[in-house]
Design a protein around this ligand. Structure first.
Ligand code: DAH
Length: 387
């Protein structure tokens, strides 16, 4: 029986999953039997025809018919099915493209000995072009920022994405039950309640835990940069994502001062954004630094004037302030050193500074992208623009 798109009456997660999986298995069956161009066209039209193709039908029957509260989820499902169908149809076309119709192969007498399989290869056809990939804009931003610090003598450190409460919070001077923990909408690993709090697992909400992990392993002086993935319980939208990327930095030695912090970060921003940017430090709070600051750079889009172009349009990225917030920073809190004191970090003897920034946000600004989600949807048409 050929597949037909069912009407949905039940929009539970299980029912949606079942409907999606039936559709995908039909797609698999039908694309597997495509043998030639005529078959492929039938496949393409059946699934992708604007008028009454299966994609149009799921849009009409599933999405348009969905109750309000299920719209978002069904929308995402329909989008995902759409990409999967498009990909499968494209692949089926490639697959027939490389198979040469048997009857028209100019077969030399001993061809069968060279290619014993029934599928002959026509070596006179042009090869399949494999486009050269390009570095993802977020990875590129991260790598370039890391390189700025490497030139200053920093080494690269990393740590686990699944972290313990101890490294993500406690050793960074977020005591148990302290309200500062609420600033990081944490995704906790389930089923950890029987463990002592400090051993419970979570998805790290920032790259700062790697400060502690590195200080446990390396005695001072240290200078490290830590690029990495972090997670927070934020629903995805144009400026939020449950997964994003940070770049952390830490320098510890004797006599490190706030002047070192300012000088280092000012230099790094000029290297990264161009020598004309200025930096501005404003007081802030983080449990693991004291004092703490937020650092702004003068808007590298409008040059700091808050207005752009000949028509003096308001500059959106800096909200017409002329300044863009780039990172959090501060002098390492002595309470943090207490946790690694035994490895040479006596807060009476050493001092240090730390900073952390969001790589995705910087990439958005740098490339003028207006939707963070575009970075994570894997749409080649978007990504090709950075090739
Ligand atoms: N971990 C902070 C966050 O994710 C960012 C940060 C602020 C990192 C200040 C630092 C720092 O190292 O000193 O919000």
């Amino acid at each position: 029986m050929a597949y037909t798109v069912p009407k949905l009456t039940n929009y539970s997660a299980a029912a949606l999953e079942r409907a999606a999986s039936e559709l995908l298995s039909a797609l698999g069956r039908e694309s597997a039997v495509v043998k030639n161009e005529a078959d492929w066209k039938i496949l393409r039209d059946r699934w992708m025809a604007r008028k009454n193709g299966i994609l149009t039908q799921i849009n009409d029957l599933w999405l348009k018919g969905a109750p309000k509260e299920a719209k978002r989820e069904v929308g995402q499902l329909v989008n995902s099915l759409k990409s999967q169908v498009e990909a499968k149809v494209a692949i089926s076309q490639l697959a027939i493209g490389v198979r040469f119709p048997k009857q028209s192969v100019p077969v030399p007498a001993d061809w069968g000995a060279v290619f014993p399989s029934s599928e002959k290869v026509d070596i006179t056809l042009p090869g399949i072009r494999r486009p050269i990939g390009a570095e993802h804009p977020v990875m590129r931003t991260s790598r370039e920022m890391v390189a700025v610090f490497q030139k200053l003598g920093y080494s690269v450190a990393d740590g686990p994405v699944i972290e313990t409460d101890y490294y993500n919070f406690e050793a960074l001077n977020f005591p148990p039950n302290h309200p500062a923990r609420d600033t990081q909408d944490t995704l906790f690993v389930a089923g950890q309640q029987t463990k002592p709090l400090r051993e419970r697992l979570l998805l790290r909400t920032h790259t700062s835990p790697v400060q502690i992990r590195t200080m446990e392993k390396m005695r001072p002086p240290i200078r490290i940069v830590i690029p990495g993935t972090v997670h927070r319980n934020d629903p995805p939208d144009a400026s939020h994502s449950p997964m994003f990327h940070q770049i952390e930095g830490l320098a510890v030695d004797t006599n490190i001062t706030f002047g070192d912090l300012k000088g280092t970060l000012d230099h790094a921003m000029k290297e990264f954004f161009g020598s004309s940017v200025k930096t501005s430090f404003r007081p802030s709070f983080f449990p693991f630094t004291e004092p703490s600051a937020e650092m702004f750079v003068s808007c590298f889009i409008c040059g700091g004037s808050g207005r752009r172009g000949s028509d003096n349009a308001p500059c959106r990225p800096c909200k017409q302030t002329g300044w863009i917030e780039i990172l959090g920073c501060g002098m390492v809190d002595p309470n943090v050193f207490e946790f690694v004191k035994d490895n040479g970090y006596d807060p009476k003897k050493v001092s240090g500074f730390a900073f952390g920034m969001g790589a995705d946000r910087i990439a958005l600004l740098k490339y003028g992208v207006d939707d963070l989600q575009a970075f994570f949807q894997g749409d080649v048409r978007f990504l090709q623009q950075f090739a």
